[in-house]
Design a binder for this molecule. Structure first.
Ligand SMILES: Nc1ncnc2c1ncn2[C@@H]1O[C@H](COP(=O)(O)OP(=O)(O)OP(=O)(O)O)[C@@H](O)[C@H]1O
Length: 226
C-alpha cells in the first residue's frame, strides 16, 4: 500500500468570525505531486500553512508520516518543519545576508550536518537546478530566477518527506518556471518526496498527477491533471 506522507482531516479554521477552512480533507502519498487550485481567497494558502504546522486548525487533524502534528508544541512542530518539510514560496525567501550556497546548506547545518558534507550537498542541489555557478554570490547579485531556483534547492537539499510550494513559479518566466517544476517532480519520483503545489495556473497544475479544487474553504473536487 502507498505510504501517506501528509494528511489533513476535516480541517477547520476561522479568522475572527470568518470561516476560511470549512472541513477540508486532503491526503498526499509519498512521491505524489498534487496541485491545489481555486479562486483567490478560497483558502489555499491557509490550507498550506495549516498542513505545514505554521497555523493551528480550530478543529481537525494534520498527520505527517502517520503521526499527528497539529497538537504538538510550537517547538516540536518547528523542529519537524526543519527536518521533514521543505518550503517554496513565490518570492524565494532566502536570507539576504548569506551567500546562495550558505542559504541552501542552512537546513543541513541547522540539523547538525557538518560543514563539509553540508556544502557538498548544497552545491549538488544547486547543480541539479543549474545554478551552482552562483553559489558564492549574495542575493543582491543574482537574478530573481536564480534566487528562486536556489530556494527550490534549499527546499530539497535535506530530502524532506514533503515539499509545500505556494505559487512557486508566480514570479518566473516560463522557462525558469519549468526548471523549478521539473526539479520538484524529479524529487518526487527519485526520493519519494510528496509535493503540494498551490497555483492559479493550469499550466503549472499540469505538472501534478492530481488536482484538488478548493472553493470557499472546502474541497469541491479532485481530478487527474490534464
Ligand atoms: N492572517 C489572516 N487574518 C485574517 N484573515 C486572513 C488571514 N489570512 C488569510 N485571511 C483571509 O482568509 C481568506 C483565505 O485566504 P488565503 O490566502 O488562504 O486564500 P488563497 O486561496 O490562498 O488566495 P490567493 O489565491 O489570493 O492567494 C481570505 O479571505 C483572506 O483574506
Amino acid at each position: 500500500m502507498t505510504r501517506v506522507a501528509l494528511a489533513g482531516h476535516d480541517l477547520r479554521l476561522s479568522f475572527g468570525p470568518t470561516p476560511v477552512l470549512r472541513g477540508v480533507d486532503v491526503s498526499l502519498a509519498a512521491g505524489e505531486v498534487v496541485a491545489v487550485m481555486g479562486p483567490s481567497g478560497s483558502g489555499k494558502s491557509t490550507l498550506l500553512h495549516v498542513l505545514a504546522g505554521l497555523l493551528r486548525p480550530d478543529a481537525g487533524a494534520v498527520e505527517l508520516d502517520g503521526q499527528r502534528i497539529d497538537d504538538r508544541s510550537d517547538a516540536v512542530r518547528s523542529d519537524l518543519r526543519l527536518r521533514r518539510l521543505g518550503f517554496v514560496f513565490q518570492f524565494g525567501d532566502l536570507v539576504p545576508e548569506l551567500t546562495v550556497v550558505e542559504n541552501v546548506e542552512l537546513p543541513l547545518r541547522l540539523t547538525g550536518v557538518a560543514r563539509g558534507p553540508a556544502r557538498a550537498r548544497a552545491l549538488e542541489a544547486l547543480d541539479g537546478l543549474g545554478v551552482a555557478d552562483v553559489g558564492g554570490k549574495r542575493l543582491s547579485e543574482v537574478s530573481g530566477g536564480q534566487a528562486q531556483r536556489a530556494a527550490v534547492a534549499r527546499a530539497l537539499v535535506h530530502r524532506p518527506a514533503v515539499v509545500l510550494a505556494d505559487e512557486p513559479t508566480g514570479a518566473l518566466d516560463t522557462v525558469t518556471g519549468e526548471l523549478v517544476l521539473e526539479a520538484l517532480v524529479t524529487a518526487a519520483t527519485t526520493t519519494g518526496t510528496a509535493v503540494l503545489l498551490v497555483t492559479h495556473e493550469p499550466r503549472v497544475a499540469s505538472w501534478a498527477g492530481r488536482e484538488i479544487q478548493i472553493r470557499d474553504g472546502r474541497v469541491a473536487g479532485t481530478v487527474p491533471s490534464r
